[in-house]
Design a protein around this ligand. Structure first.
Ligand SMILES: [Zn+2]
Ligand SMILES: [Zn+2]
Length: 388
């Protein structure tokens, strides 16, 4: 797919220049949250944060959540894939057997042909038609081919954007411009897509910006890069991101291309709950289609929490893993900054396994759990951060 990945940004550049020449500035920027559902979701999230009381560490996210599995990076003929979003939603539900399907066509191609046929609006109409709250969750985002190294048009990284009311401007040659768009969209959630897919797709070695970090919450493990290593590179410079594993479909095989799954712990299978889970980084990645991993701190703080206290000097991390069709686990491992292995537990090949790790906290830090299955598949939890 490398040829496509190079061709798309190059074509985008040419067409974008044309766009500018004819005097149309492109999308008009994102106007933030004129979507009522987004507003509600944001309010819920604020309520979560306010829920902290005297017994609860600030930043500890509590709640009753269940795992759901999805594919949140996929293309259709609206960019360089096949068929329509409606086909993708039906296929991912009926054949892929997913709970969550989000179509994310390439931003620049959603603007084409010019003048626009409004594929963005059409995708949302098809997502709304397929959406069954509580049963099947559908939505549309877009993929931005963020930044280019000129004059060779090598991309510095791709990013998916979720929960944006509007398309971002079509062309932003430098990924810092894209970051500005993301930071200005209060309702948007960003994702690092297939890190390391080519040599320069590392966003200038994960150059850190605190205002962008507010919205950049997700990190894909799918792709050709050494994503397990790169995940820690991103965490070590300060990004607060949680793992995803999507299929990046370019054929009509949504949900069925492989067993890669992005998992979310949700109160219910609704867009509002998905938004809250993304906002609170309550995701996991899996190479097994029906496996789950969760990690809790001090029995009540969900993975993804950024706990603003380390006064106790120890934290108890409980990890639970499960597989729906009998694949067994070999080990559960706990990692910290620098990809340092801190602890591990033997699962003896069982399809459910749990471990508790009591760790010293001497300085601001984070923890990531990884579960290894006996067949070589693995799962990665969202981190739990402990900060001043
Ligand atoms: Zn991409
Ligand atoms: Zn893609």
């Amino acid at each position: 797919m490398r040829a496509i990945k190079l061709a798309v940004p190059f074509m985008a550049l040419i067409l974008g220049l044309l766009f500018l020449v004819v005097g149309c500035g492109g999308g008009g920027g994102n106007n933030g949250d004129d979507d009522a559902a987004d507003d509600d979701a944001a309010d819920d999230d604020a309520a979560d944060d306010d829920a902290a009381d005297d017994d609860t560490e600030q930043g500890c996210v509590e709640g009753d959540f269940n795992p759901y599995w999805g594919d949140l990076h996929a293309h259709t003929s609206y960019s360089d894939g096949e068929e329509t979003p409606a086909d993708a939603f039906a296929y991912a539900r009926d054949v892929g057997q997913l709970d969550i399907m989000v179509v994310t066509d390439h931003l620049e191609q959603l603007y084409l042909p010019f003048p626009t046929t409004n594929k963005w609006e059409k995708c949302h109409e098809q997502a709304d038609a397929a959406y069954e709250p509580g049963t099947y969750l559908t939505d549309c985002g877009f993929e931005y081919g963020s930044g280019f190294i000129l004059p060779l048009f090598q991309s510095t990284g791709h990013n998916n954007v979720f929960f944006s009311a509007d398309l971002f401007p079509m062309i932003q040659l430098d990924f810092h411009d894209f970051y500005n768009s993301l930071a200005q969209c209060a309702a948007c959630i960003g994702q690092f897509n297939h890190p390391g897919d080519s040599d320069h797709q590392n966003w200038n070695n994960f150059e850190y910006f605190a205002d962008v970090d507010e919205n950049m919450n997700l990190f894909e493990f799918n792709g050709d890069g050494p994503t397990w290593d790169m995940f820690f590179e991103a965490l070590d410079v300060g990004w607060h991101v949680s793992p995803m594993n999507n299929q990046d479909n370019h054929s009509a095989d949504w949900g069925a291309k492989n067993e890669d799954r992005s998992g979310f712990y949700l109160a219910d299978l609704t867009r509002e709950d998905l938004y809250n889970a993304m906002k609170d980084r309550r995701s996991f990645m899996s190479y097994d289609k029906d496996a789950s991993i969760k990690m809790m701190a001090n029995t009540k703080c969900w993975m993804g929490s950024i706990i603003k206290s380390y006064q106790t000097q120890t934290v108890s991390l409980a990890v639970e893993v499960f597989d729906g069709d009998g694949d067994g686990y070999a080990t559960i491992e706990l990692y910290g900054p620098g990809k340092m292995l801190l602890d591990s537990a033997d699962c003896g090949g069982q399809d459910t396994c749990s471990a508790q790790f009591d760790e010293d906290v001497l300085s601001p830090t984070y923890f990531v759990a990884r579960a290894n299955q006996t067949d070589g598949d693995f799962l990665v939890s969202a981190p739990i951060w402990i900060e001043p």
